[in-house]
Design a protein around this ligand. Structure first.
Ligand code: CTP
Ligand code: CA
Length: 226
């Protein structure tokens, strides 16, 4: 139990959390997706609600029940749908936490009918780049306090700090994935980075990490916006 968990450190604040993967359809039966389970984002949404925030959860395709205390849940499928839902919800928000694993590319065209196998030939898919949800928020006047996630298989700190700066974020939660860590697991280990500091959150259950993350977000939010 985290000592300050009883403190409603986000009382009176409106928080939008995105969670889960996005699916980019190829045809009516196939898609390009990624290995996010949504567990970390859902745990963060629940922790923010317990800390007193009014929470909107924008969820990609996941098989998770809505956590206790969530004000509103919006289910989406593609990155474009997630972008639209987040852009709308974030106009009223004090904090946006981008825990979703947003697909970077989508097929240029979605086939109306199931693609048929062409025996003996390779298939090439043309992909178009998806908009960056976090970066598009940071270019808005009066944007919310922005928290990103970075799942990396190598060079965790340098890639995370690069994303912090490039996307105009207030904080980034970085973790090493691969070798059974991070994806589709119940626990995780995170390092938080902000412009002039960092904090290590040791490997723990995602619910425990989410509470610690929320406490750090509240502290940084008050330091820069308070
Ligand atoms: N993100 C986003 N919109 C996208 C892609 C990513 O808002 N189109 C957000 C994610 O929700 C996450 C952060 O950006 O909070 C970092 O995502 P990541 O995939 O690590 O960053 P990319 O810039 O896509 O870099 P790469 O995949 O090449 O590592
Ligand atoms: Ca990406």
């Amino acid at each position: 139990m985290v000592a300050s968990f009883g403190d409603r450190v986000l009382a009176g604040l409106s928080v939008v959390v995105s969670a889960g993967p996005t699916y980019e359809d190829i045809d009516p039966v196939r898609f390009i997706g990624n290995r996010s389970s949504g567990k970390m984002g859902f745990a963060v949404a629940e922790a923010a609600a317990r800390a007193g925030a009014q929470v909107t959860l924008v969820a990609g395709p996941v098989t998770l029940a809505t956590p206790h205390g969530i004000g509103k849940r919006i289910d989406v499928r593609s990155a474009a749908q997630m972008h639209a839902a987040v852009a709308d919800a974030a106009t009223q928000a004090d904090i946006y936490i981008g825990a979703a694993a947003v697909g970077d590319y989508r097929p240029n065209t979605v086939a109306e009918h199931k693609l048929k196998k062409q025996h003996g030939t390779d298939l090439t898919l043309q992909l178009a780049e998806n908009p960056d949800i976090l970066a598009s928020l940071s270019s808005r006047q009066g944007h919310p306090f922005l928290v990103g996630f970075a799942a990396e298989t190598q060079n965790v700190e340098s890639y995370a700090r690069d994303k912090l700066q490039r996307k105009g974020l207030d904080m980034i939660a970085a973790n090493q994935v691969g070798d059974g860590m991070g994806f589709e697991t119940a626990d995780n280990a995170i390092t938080l980075y902000w412009a002039d500091g960092s904090a290590e959150l040791a490997r723990a259950d995602k619910a425990v990490l989410a509470r610690q993350l929320v406490e750090h977000i509240a502290k940084r939010y008050k330091a820069v916006r308070g």
